[in-house]
Design a protein around this ligand. Structure first.
Ligand code: PHE
Length: 364
């Protein structure tokens, strides 16, 4: 047993030593700049093994009995002061850290972003691409032509001679200056001639595009409208090829299992010519399903014009019409889209209201 030591001046438990230890601890706590610092200060001055006050407590037992109570009280006061100071500093630094994190990691949810609304594909573009894909899948290539077209391509080479009565049906818009023969193309058929002149035979092309006629706007007419045209010129092409191709097209446009029919018609550039009718997908011509608002009880939907390429057109393009034959088909995009989707008003296609376009899809 160690001899009790007097509470001599200089011992760790004497008032001056404790006061010094407390002062040192308080200074260190005050100097701690952040929570990491504070943890180190705590170990060194508050409750770490080498903290002066912790070491002092170990000496308590070696004091003379009569001195122990006083020294113990002093030590407890000192420890209490240091622990309180630590708790206060801990609260301060924690609050500081929290405030800093709030600022540094702030996300301003009200800040305007660069993100743009995706918008929607134009319904006519969606339909056009879909139909083009159908032809591409059958081996066709996409062909294009200018919207400001020359009379020769738009009419002459398509077997509309200058006074041909069918010209007047086209309500042509002429481009100034007069006499240059430039028109806004009234159909996509001039692309047939351009394709035949610029490509090696055989030619299988699909030509979507914008066309113009001097029509007065109403719910179903617009002076600007879209068409899609296909042309096949090869050896041995017959009307059976046209028929089979149109069946594939009709299935893509209105659904499978619908009957098609060709109704005799007239176009200067096809002979014979026909209108393609597709059985109404809504009532299928069954009176039990009528009245039908899709076909007005006709049972059929007019889907476009077609026929066997007139030999005069082949000749205009320098093609041997005794060796080659072909078929062509053309249709109006707005009309088809209106039938397909029950759109009542053609102006909806040009109003640019995304609420109209969105249901047709965002991507192609
Ligand atoms: N170009 C014709 C029209 O606009 C449609 C058509 C195309 C007819 C191809 C026959 C062949 O009415």
């Amino acid at each position: 047993m160690t001899d009790p030591q007097p509470a001599a001046a200089g011992g760790p438990l004497d008032p001056a030593s404790l006061e010094a230890a407390v002062a040192e601890a308080l200074a260190a706590l005050a100097a701690a700049a952040d929570l990491t610092d504070l943890a180190a200060v705590r170990a060194a001055h508050v409750d770490g093994r080498s903290a002066a006050l912790v070491l002092a407590r170990q000496k308590l037992g070696s004091l003379p009995r009569e001195d122990r109570a006083d020294a113990g009280r002093r030590l407890n006061d000192a420890l209490g002061a240091v622990r309180d100071a630590h708790a206060t500093r801990l609260a301060e630094l924690t609050a500081e850290r929290d405030a800093r994190v709030l600022v540094e990691e702030r996300v301003d949810v009200t800040m305007p972003t660069r993100r743009r609304h995706a918008g929607a594909r134009h319904p006519l573009a969606v339909l056009s691409e879909r139909l083009v894909d159908t032809f591409v899948a059958m081996g066709y290539e996409v062909a294009e032509g200018p919207e400001v077209e020359h009379d020769w391509f738009n009419f002459e080479a398509l077997n509309f001679y200058p006074d041909h009565p069918a010209r007047s049906e086209h309500d042509t818009l002429f481009v100034e200056p007069a006499g240059t023969g430039r028109v806004l193309r009234t159909h996509t058929s001039p692309v047939q001639v351009r394709a035949l002149l610029s490509r090696p035979l055989p030619v299988y092309v699909v030509a979507p595009g914008r066309t113009y006629r001097n029509d007065t706007v109403d719910a179903t007419h617009s002076p600007v409208f879209g068409q899609l045209e296909c042309l096949a010129v090869d050896e041995g092409i017959t009307m059976a090829d046209l028929r089979g191709t149109l069946e594939v097209f009709a299935a893509e446009l209105f659904g499978t299992g619908l009957t098609t029919r060709l109704r005799p018609s007239y176009f200067p550039f096809t002979e014979p010519s026909a209108e393609l009718d597709v059985q109404c997908f809504n009532c299928r011509g069954e009176s039990a399903r009528q009245p039908c608002r899709v076909c007005s009880d006709e049972g059929w939907i007019e889907a476009g014009g077609c026929g066997m390429v007139d030999p005069n057109v082949l000749r205009a393009a320098g093609i041997d019409a005794t060796r080659y034959s072909g078929f062509a088909f053309g249709m109006g995009l707005e009309r088809a889209a209106m039938m397909r989707h029950g759109v009542r008003e053609i102006r909806d296609f040009v109003d640019g209201d995304v609420r109209f376009s969105l249901p047709f899809g965002i991507e192609g």
